[in-house]
Design a protein around this ligand. Structure first.
Ligand SMILES: [Zn+2]
Length: 114
């Protein structure tokens, strides 16, 4: 599961933001090219974060599309698929951009009142 490597980076970002506050949940924007399974991501994160302030955090993954530009017909379209083909001519002579980000979008904290 390559989600583990991704989660280590996410955890670092969470910890630097949380600064010891218990984390209730996080939201991560993840480019489609990482081909992340949200369930696997959540499972990997809970293992990576075990023993930290983010151990019980709920993980929400927002998948970010990539842009596919076709070298044959010039069509540019968004793709939610890690393996891109042109949406117009279905050719594979395409260039992908974007879809490779991994950004910690937000962190929710446990409040003393629950
Ligand atoms: Zn095309």
């Amino acid at each position: 599961m390559h989600e583990f490597g991704l989660c280590e980076g996410v955890l670092e970002a969470v910890q630097s933001r949380a600064a010891g506050r218990p984390v209730a949940g996080i939201r991560v924007r993840c480019g489609v090219r990482h081909a992340v399974e949200p369930a696997a991501m959540a499972q990997a994160f809970s293992l990576v974060a075990a023993g930290t302030e983010a151990a019980d955090a709920a993980v929400e993954v927002v998948t970010v599309p990539a842009t596919v530009s076709c070298r044959d017909c010039g069509t540019a379209s968004e793709s939610m698929d890690a393996l891109a083909v042109c949406s117009r001519c279905h050719g594979t002579n395409v260039e992908m951009s974007g879809g490779d980000e991994l950004v910690l979008e937000s962190v929710r904290y446990l409040t003393p009142s629950g």
